[in-house]
Design a protein around this ligand. Structure first.
Ligand code: GDP
Ligand code: FE
Ligand code: FE
Ligand code: FE
Length: 187
C-alpha cells in the first residue's frame, strides 16, 4: 500500500484536526526512521494508521474490547487508552493491514510497554513530538530525539507520568513498564 492510498483510507475516519495531526506524526516518524535506521516506508504507514480508532465513540471502543481478546482491565482505565489497542484490531479487520510490526506500533502508541521494538518507539515518540504538540517539556524532548531515541522515549514517558500524577490520574501499568524498561536502556 502506498502512502496516498493509506491517507485516503484513514481520512474519512478522522476529524480534520486529527487528520492533520496524523500527517505530522507520519512526517516525524519518517525522519526518526531515517535517523535510527528503520524502514521509512513502514514507519510512515504505521504513523498514518496510529490514531485510526481515535474518533470512534466510547461505546463502540468498549464493545470491541469486550468482543476481542484484549485485556479487560483496559475498561477500568481512561477511555483515552482504548483507541490504540482497538485501532490495531480495526485496521486489520477493516483495512486488511496484517503486518505485525505495524499493528504493534499502533497497539502500543499511547502507553508504550516494556520491550518496545524500534518501530514501536518511533511511532510513540513521533506522536509525542510532532510539530503541532505544545505541552511543557516537549521542546527538550524534540532536541533529545535528534540524538538518542531511547532517552527521548523515556523523557516522553516520564513527562506523561508526571503530568498524570499531578492531576491525580490513574496510570496504566504498561505506561510504568515503558518508563522502567526505557530507563534500563539509557546510559
Ligand atoms: P493522541 O491520541 O495523539 O492524542 O495521543 P496518545 O494516544 O499518545 O495519548 C492520548 C492521551 O493518553 C494523552 O493525553 C496521554 O496523557 C494519555 N495517557 C497516556 N498514558 C496514560 C495512562 O497510563 N493513563 C491515563 N489515564 N492516560 C494516559
Ligand atoms: Fe493516539
Ligand atoms: Fe503518545
Ligand atoms: Fe496521535
Amino acid at each position: 500500500m502506498d502512502r496516498s492510498e493509506a491517507l485516503t483510507l484513514v481520512e474519512p475516519h478522522l476529524t480534520k484536526a486529527r487528520f492533520e495531526h496524523t500527517k505530522r506524526v507520519a512526517e516525524t516518524a519518517t525522519k526518526l526512521a531515517k535517523m535510527y535506521g528503520h524502514d521509512t516506508i513502514q514507519a510512515d504507514l504505521a504513523a498514518i494508521f496510529h490514531d485510526y480508532a481515535k474518533n470512534r465513540n466510547k461505546d463502540e471502543l468498549r464493545q470491541w474490547i469486550v468482543k476481542e481478546s484484549l485485556p479487560q482491565h483496559l475498561l477500568s482505565y481512561h477511555h483515552e487508552l482504548w483507541h490504540g489497542p482497538v485501532g490495531a484490531i480495526l485496521v486489520k479487520k477493516e483495512l486488511g493491514i496484517d503486518n505485525e510490526a505495524v499493528l504493534s506500533a499502533i497497539r502500543w502508541h499511547t502507553t508504550g510497554k516494556a520491550g518496545m521494538s524500534l518501530l514501536d518507539k518511533i511511532v510513540f515518540l513521533a506522536d509525542y513530538i510532532e510539530p503541532g504538540r505544545q505541552f511543557p517539556g516537549v521542546e527538550e524532548v524534540r532536541t533529545v530525539a535528534d540524538n538518542d531515541l531511547n532517552l527521548g522515549c523515556w523523557l516522553a514517558s516520564r513527562n506523561t507520568i508526571s503530568f498524570l500524577m499531578s492531576k491525580n490520574q490513574p496510570i496504566y501499568p504498561d505506561t510504568f513498564h515503558a518508563y522502567n524498561d526505557l530507563l534500563l536502556q539509557i546510559n
